[in-house]
Design a protein around this ligand. Structure first.
Ligand code: AMP
Ligand code: GLY
Length: 426
């Protein structure tokens, strides 16, 4: 079978890498891909928003399965379009993808299904939102309703920060139409973790837990980013916690979407706060997490292709997953200045030397090939990923590999995985 992966970051590199290991696969294509992906897939010069071009390519090449990485094409109906052309595609329909595309919709589904989440109110009027915030007090969380590339959330510790967030989103429209409405919700306290789960519209098969590191600097300081690193397993979720998440979050969500006549097929990503009162949902995403995927898939023993097929065919109840008992850690090497403005086109040295370490894979997130050399081409540049016997081993290997890679201005956190270590030591 030929498989097409849509996207061109670290998540899609990990997906292509895993898919290419399948004996069922004759060729992997990736649109648009990147120089790292080019080592395990054939890159196709089509952007993720060229839905017509992607469908035409899939038809022309007799692609047996297309796997969608990012949320934007899902929200733009790529799955509906492919299905209308009788193309097999892994991902949720536009209606199901609304779980990520509209935070208000996600909250509605959670309320309906009794899924634990922060108490909230939705506003289309800035003055009403401001009055509610003044009444509730701080800390409080302000979220633009629509897709804002991960930047639409403010955890406000004082009133002026909350008021600024409401004005930015609703009056100054810094997120465009995504800020036409805002959600104001209670601030949850606890440790965060992510669960990615395969869904076929009815059955849920969770993957192993992982934890992202969103703030730019060590100790969870500095501005929020798309994610500076990840590790799996996340010991904050033990076996009982996982069972509770399946029972109170994942299955009720999939059941509610089926009852609405918009069954959820694809990966359901639950961003969770592990509070003293149990797991609560911070957000749902309608796709694999980035960089969570880079630490989850290397731990998967299964061939991933039959799992994708089972999701598309409503046969996920026939699948049992099997995971490596060790740990995986991924350190993001970012451009100097990220998540603010940064330069592109800077030469990168040492990727091969890093990959020479046993258990290390360097997934490319934002790179480009210029005259045969790999240069930086994004904020998050590389995901230096290591498997180890345990988290201590995986952290040591990942940072040893990071030490072999240089590019001017490179920035990375030095404490990826530390929360897991602290738990192990406690
Ligand atoms: P999101 O884009 O929804 O993932 O939110 C970004 C980050 O904001 C999350 O990873 C959390 O750290 C934080 N956050 C969002 N909602 C809440 C909440 N209700 N309570 C505390 N922190 C939150
Ligand atoms: N790691 C956060 C996300 O994928 O949305």
């Amino acid at each position: 079978m030929k498989i097409l992966v849509v996207g061109g970051g670290g998540r899609e590199h990990a997906l292509c890498w895993k898919i290419a290991l399948s004996p069922l696969v004759e060729q992997v294509f990736c649109a648009p891909g990147n120089p790292g992906i080019a080592q395990c897939a054939t890159c196709v010069d089509l952007s993720v928003d060229d839905l017509g071009g992607l469908a035409a390519f899939a038809l022309e090449q007799s692609i047996g399965l297309t796997v969608i990485g990012p949320e934007a094409p899902l929200a733009a109906r790529i799955v509906d379009l492919f299905q209308a052309k009788a193309l097999r595609v892994f991902g949720p329909s536009e209606k199901a993808a609304e779980l990520e595309a509209s935070k208000a919709f996600a909250k509605e589904v959670m309320t309906e299904a009794g899924i634990p989440t922060a108490e909230y109110a939705r506003f289309e009027d800035a003055e009403a939102a401001l009055a509610y915030v003044q009444d509730r007090g701080v800390p409080i969380v302000i979220k633009a309703d629509g897709l804002a590339a991960g930047k639409g959330v403010t955890v406000a510790r004082d009133l002026s920060a909350a008021e600024d967030a409401i004005r930015d989103a609703m009056t100054d429209k810094v997120f465009g139409d995504a800020g036409n409405a805002v959600i104001v919700e209670a601030c949850l306290e606890g440790e965060e973790a992510s669960i990615l789960a395969f869904c076929d519209g009815r059955t849920v098969v969770p993957m192993v837990a992982s934890q992202d590191h969103k703030p730019a600097l060590d100790g969870d300081c500095g501005p929020n980013t798309g994610g500076m690193g990840a590790y799996s397993p996340a010991p904050v979720i033990d076996a009982a916690g996982m069972a509770e998440i399946e029972r109170t979050v994942l299955q009720p969500c999939v059941d509610a979407m089926a009852a609405r006549g918009t069954p959820y097929v694809g990966v359901l990503y639950a961003g969770l706060m592990m509070t003293d009162a149990g797991p609560k949902v911070i957000e749902f995403n309608c796709r694999f997490g980035d960089p969570e995927t880079q630490v989850v898939l290397p731990r998967m023993h299964n061939d991933i292709v039959p799992i994708f097929e089972a999701c598309c065919d409503g046969a996920l109840d026939t699948i049992t997953t099997d995971w490596d008992s060790g740990a995986c850690v991924s350190v993001v090497m970012a451009s100097g200045g990220y998540p603010g403005p940064y330069e592109k086109g800077i030469a990168i040295e040492g990727i091969e030397a890093a990959e020479a370490f046993d258990g290390v894979t360097v997934f490319h997130a934002g790179t480009k090939s210029v005259d045969g050399a790999v240069v930086t081409n994004g904020g998050r540049v590389l995901n230096v990923t290591a498997r180890g016997d345990d988290v201590v081993d995986a952290i040591a290997k990942a940072y040893e590999a990071v030490g072999r890679i240089q590019f001017e201005g490179a920035h990375y956190r030095t404490d990826i995985g530390k929360k897991a270590l602290n738990r192990a030591n406690a």
